[in-house]
Design a protein around this ligand. Structure first.
Ligand SMILES: *[C@@H]1O[C@H](CO)[C@@H](O)[C@H](O)[C@H]1NC(C)=O
Ligand SMILES: *[C@@H]1O[C@H](CO)[C@@H](O)[C@H](O)[C@H]1NC(C)=O
Ligand SMILES: *[C@@H]1O[C@H](CO)[C@@H](O)[C@H](O)[C@H]1NC(C)=O
Ligand SMILES: *[C@@H]1O[C@H](CO)[C@@H](O)[C@H](O)[C@H]1NC(C)=O
Ligand SMILES: *[C@@H]1O[C@H](CO)[C@@H](O)[C@H](O)[C@H]1NC(C)=O
Ligand SMILES: *[C@@H]1O[C@H](CO)[C@@H](O)[C@H](O)[C@H]1NC(C)=O
Ligand SMILES: *[C@@H]1O[C@H](CO)[C@@H](O)[C@H](O)[C@H]1NC(C)=O
Ligand SMILES: *[C@@H]1O[C@H](CO)[C@@H](O)[C@H](O)[C@H]1NC(C)=O
Length: 338
């Protein structure tokens, strides 16, 4: 920026001793900008005829000031008044967040009064995205994007880029949900079950687990390495951060005791037979008693079962029985049936 308004005249018999641009007095002496550390390396003077020009590079908002010129001679000192008022402004993008959505409203702001009718360019990640004539712009709040703006016609003086930083996404938990880590419909005593609470809170939430409305744990995951029927109950969690708290839905955990099933093979052989049980033609059990005991039946026990009874007169093969283990109730009926 050049302040070139100062030209001055003096009689030729006068010696000019000093010419300075300044903004501040240091007692009775003006403080030469060239010696002011704030302007170090950024100011230069050039003289041309009776014209003494100040140039400031890398102009900053803090350079806003009244600049005055002074020259001192062997006879008199002169200070140019009232001086030149310089106002430096920079555009800035401000991010305003609408409370209930992932949209943000960007505004291009300046400390100077800009012409109300100015047109603005908007840049997303360095590329022009809008030449809408507005000083505001609505965007999707995506933390990887950065935006800047410029007044049209002054594209070289665009604002610094503003990242849609994660700080703009700070929010109370909008939901909390429970995930039961066991995909089977029923959870049998002794199985491993994890309940995990999750939420979208930012900053991350603290979690509390409740069983039958009483707090039981403050971990995010409630772990049962071997769940018992006494663990049956109503579970829910809450997610809480500095901005708020939210409860999850309530889930009912019902632990059933493992059903026991006996498959019995009998024959009227004389002398008594010995018995062999097969599942899918693979040998399961062989012995003098025709009973195959399943202590805790599960769907993996579904399949084709058969048995063979054998004494010294020869073997007899049973029909094949298909057992479909679907749920507790089925396995109870099965037990009665068998
Ligand atoms: C003073 O110098 C500046 C820069 O060299 C020039 O732009 C300006 O026209 C000059 N003014 C006069 C009155 O000579
Ligand atoms: C001009 O100002 C200088 C200091 O800035 C001072 O030392 C000097 O006496 C002044 N000259 C006159 C004639 O007032
Ligand atoms: C889920 O429960 C079943 C019985 O209900 C159990 O056999 C299985 O191991 C459990 N799954 C996991 C991943 O623990
Ligand atoms: C539950 O969590 C524990 C510890 O994190 C893990 O060892 C176990 O495999 C998990 N069980 C299930 C069913 O995910
Ligand atoms: C979350 O837990 C940490 C550690 O216990 C605690 O310092 C913090 O204040 C808690 N935050 C909230 C919102 O309760
Ligand atoms: C299976 O047989 C064993 C031994 O006789 C018995 O203790 C158990 O109660 C039987 N189970 C069922 C379901 O009948
Ligand atoms: C049981 O046998 C039937 C008839 O042979 C067959 O279709 C079915 O796939 C078998 N089931 C299993 C689990 O092997
Ligand atoms: C089962 O009975 C058959 C016929 O008596 C006999 O050959 C076989 O050795 C017996 N097997 C066992 C394990 O007792």
């Amino acid at each position: 920026y050049r302040l070139s308004g100062c030209s001055f005249k003096y009689p030729s018999r006068v010696n000019v001793l000093k010419r300075v641009w300044f903004t501040k007095w240091n007692k009775y002496n003006p403080e030469d900008l060239k010696t002011d550390p704030v302007y170090a390396g950024r100011v230069s003077y050039s003289s041309q005829w009776k014209n003494y020009t100040l140039t400031i590079r890398d102009l900053r908002e803090s350079d806003s000031a009244v600049y005055r010129f002074r020259f001192e001679t062997n006879q008199k000192n002169f200070t140019g008044l009232p001086g030149v008022t310089l106002t430096v402004t920079a555009l800035q993008v401000h991010v305003g967040r609408s409370s209930n959505s992932n949209w943000a409203t960007l505004t291009c702001q300046s400390s100077c009064r800009l012409n109300y009718h100015s047109s603005y360019n908007w840049y997303k990640n360095g590329h022009k995205v809008s030449s809408r004539n507005k000083y505001w712009y609505s965007v999707n709040l995506n933390p990887s994007d950065s935006y800047s703006c410029a007044v049209r016609g002054y594209e070289d003086f665009s604002s610094p880029s503003v990242c849609l930083n994660v700080k703009y996404l700070l929010d109370a938990p909008k939901f909390a949900s429970v995930l039961v880590l066991n995909n089977s419909h029923e959870i049998v005593e002794g199985s491993s079950v994890n309940l995990t609470c999750s939420s979208d809170a930012n900053p991350a939430a603290n979690y509390t687990w409740y069983k039958d409305k009483k707090p039981v744990n403050t971990e995010q995951q409630l772990t049962f390495s071997s769940i018992q029927s006494s663990d049956s109950g109503e579970y829910h969690c809450t997610a809480k951060n500095e901005l708020g708290q939210r409860p999850s839905e309530v889930i009912f955990i019902n632990i059933v005791e493992g059903s026991s099933v006996n498959l019995t093979c009998s024959s009227d052989a004389n002398p008594a037979a010995n018995y062999t049980w097969y599942k899918e033609n693979k040998l399961l059990l062989h012995g003098p008693v025709g009973r195959y005991h399943l202590s805790s039946i599960s769907s993996e026990d579904s399949g084709n079962y058969s048995c063979k009874a054998e004494n010294l007169y020869g073997p007899a093969q049973s029909v094949t029985l298909y057992i479909d283990v679907e749920c507790k109730y089925f396995s109870e009926q099965l037990r009665k049936h068998v």
